[in-house]
Design a protein around this ligand. Structure first.
Ligand SMILES: Cc1ncc(COP(=O)(O)O)c(C=O)c1O
Length: 398
């Protein structure tokens, strides 16, 4: 029997696609034709990239690429199995040791993606109906999915609101163990978690603390080591999760913590146990990126300086009300509101040579669409000043 004979069975799917189109929520791919860097090639045109998470421009870095190629030549392309079977080679171990050192922890474990890390470790840690997870309302989807996979209760607290969190902790009986989990740098708003407040509550109520440093590593802290460095609170978080797919320019999620925690996660996390591990080239790229960041903190300083400069330019262009008063990370949300207008502004900017994403529901709340500008250390001041002008014109004309 041919699969297409009964067209009726797909009607619901077409109806849903239609609904997405009607509400300006239908998504399509933009196909880049070369490397990810501050300039990219799209439809044969040179574009200024203002949407990438490759904050330190390491996807296309010579040293990182050379190390990846070297390991592909010596170790091959795939790992051939999950970590606990045949999928652990010396480069996996070296990367985990380096990550642990980078984050000042005893040990680290690498996952295939940041998504697999969050969605795997939360149900591994909170595996009983008696367990409770306290989760920020703006946490990343992978944390939300991790909470959904736990049999424990998830209690969502108001965004970065420690008073609300404390009230909810007090009102909750935790019969098993409790976990507070938060993005370190929120992936759409670009603001930073109130870490002193969060760890104080974790201590006071004997709860585990977990941070997702996807957008913090390589970005915040004097030398790019992340949130604990930013607040000068070394070692204060129990479970430090992150991803190598952003500032590190590679792929793969990780968790850093005590040896006991890492041993537990290796034995209990389904997304780690039942998935073929990442190949040697990717592991080598991440390792080289960490070495570059340790050796060249000036990349982080340039990124942080670019953030200050770009915000200044946006304010000078009359967009002070569209951006946060204090932007301190590489993610700068430019408030638009209406979904259709956000798409028009982004299309306008694409036509002008600027690659910048319109972020809409369900990634952000309905009616709160933004342009999500993401900066790189390699953007020049002139490029950013011109981009700020183009953004202001696009908003005015859309
Ligand atoms: C805060 C946050 N956590 C986790 C992830 C998932 O990481 P990955 O892209 O490596 O799966 C992302 C991004 O995609 C993210 O923004």
């Amino acid at each position: 029997m041919q699969a297409s004979q009964n067209a009726d069975k797909w009607q619901w799917l077409e109806a849903e696609l239609q609904r997405l189109r009607q509400h300006n929520l239908y998504r399509t791919l933009k196909v880049l034709e070369g490397a990810q860097s501050s300039h990219v090639l799209w439809q044969g045109r040179d574009m200024l990239m203002l949407a990438s998470n490759a904050y330190l421009d390491l996807c296309n870095n010579d040293e990182v690429k050379r190390m990846a190629v070297q390991y592909i030549l010596s170790h091959g392309t795939g790992s051939g199995g999950s970590r606990l079977t045949t999928g652990t080679s010396d480069i996996h171990v070296q990367l985990e040791e380096t990550l642990a050192g980078f984050k000042g922890r005893e040990a680290a474990i690498v996952f295939n993606t940041g998504f697999a890390a969050n969605s795997g470790i939360i149900p591994a840690l909170c595996s009983s109906a008696d367990d409770v997870i306290f989760s920020d309302e703006l946490n990343h989807a992978s944390i939300i999915d991790g909470c959904r996979q736990s049999p424990g209760r998830t209690i969502v607290y108001r965004h970065n609101d420690m008073a609300d969190l404390e009230q909810k902790i007090k009102a909750t009986e935790v019969r098993g163990h409790g976990l507070i989990v938060s993005d370190a740098v929120f992936s759409m708003d670009g603001d930073i978690v109130d870490l002193p407040g969060l760890v104080q509550l974790a201590e006071k109520y004997n709860l585990l603390s977990m941070l997702d440093e996807a957008h913090a590593t390589g970005v915040i802290g004097r030398t790019g080591h992340g949130t604990e460095e930013h607040y000068n609170l070394p070692g204060c978080v129990d479970i430090l999760m992150g991803t190598m797919s952003k500032a590190l320019g590679a792929e793969g999620g990780y968790v850093c913590g005590s040896q006991k925690l890492i041993d537990f996660l290796r034995n209990k996390t389904r997304s780690y146990i039942f998935s073929t591990s990442l190949g040697p080239g990717t592991m080598a790229a991440a390792l080289a990126a960490l070495q570059v960041i340790e050796r060249e903190p000036q990349r982080v300083h340039r990124l942080q300086e670019n953030v200050r400069w770009f915000c200044q330019c946006l304010r000078q262009e009359g967009l002070a009300d569209n951006i946060p008063e204090q932007a301190a990370t590489a993610i700068i949300p430019i408030h638009i509101g209406d979904e259709a207008q956000a798409v028009r502004v982004s299309d306008h900017l694409l036509a002008e040579g600027y690659f910048i994403s319109a972020i809409r529901y369900p990634t952000v709340k309905r009616g709160q669409a933004i342009l999500r500008a993401a900066l790189m250390s390699s953007h020049t001041r002139q490029e950013l000043a011109q981009a700020a002008g183009a953004i202001a014109r696009a908003i005015a004309q859309s």
